[in-house]
Ligand binder design. Sequence first.
Ligand SMILES: [Zn+2]
Length: 308
Amino acid sequence: MKSRHSVNSAISSAVMLLASACGLENNTLLLPLGIELDSAFAQNEQSLIKEDFEWLESFEMPSHEQGSTPFGAPLSRWFDDIFGGSQSQNVINFIDERSAYYIAPTRSVKRHIRLRQAGESYETASNVGTGLYLSSLAHRERVSFDFDGRSIEVNDTRVGLIKLARGFFRSESKFKDTYRVSRIGTLVHEARHSDCTGGVKRSTLKHLKSKIDILDNSCGHTHARCPRGHSYAGLMACDTSPWGSYAVEAVLLARIAQCEDCNEEVVQAALISVIDRRKRVLLSNQLFKGALGVPDMSHSKSVIEDIR
Ligand SMILES: [Zn+2]
């Protein structure tokens, strides 16, 4: 870890300034990032988000591969491909590009599609914008979202509307770092749901409308049902599309687990999560060996007419 520089941190000072000036009346911009925080966040929740970004900002990614990793190719290669660089700042940029609004746990969000992380006993977060956008395409309706009294047009998976649920802020001081590592993984996971890789197929939209399971959906990287025999069997908690949210999260956590200067709790928390996330990537062996290609981090708004 680099030394913490919370006092001088741009994120810290900007949030504190705005928070003290506005109280909880107005939404807060998480500067220098472009992410807006809903005014309904409690002060301690705002602080936790800010501290997580500070922690990530000061985290020094290991400069070289250490020991064996559960990934076929050198882990740093996947990391650089996904995040567009080798530093923690690249991870922050990744989140920033794909997240625009964080919605507070107390807000009730009516969703047509649930993208929650199933398989867990509590909800941590969901990419509301992607679910609404795909649903709006499937039903050929225009959808807007009321964010703090402002109407946000949901016309792209990259709208970046992300709900942070109560489970996201679950914390115990005894396991502070464990929860922090998990929250950062979640922010990256939800950010990946903002990518519509290769466009959306008309057949996918038809399945969505008919509530049929989607087997292959790289647009929004929505989850697939885990197969029989899997520890999350029957739940929409697995990924079939290459380099989806769980794979991207696993790569980040595995890199954090390589940290030499971190305390044991950080390393262990990251390792445990890697094992879980990897299990949810159904083709993980082929994927991490590179047999399914390199990560495609592009984004498209195209609708592919694959139905005659
Ligand atoms: Zn997800």
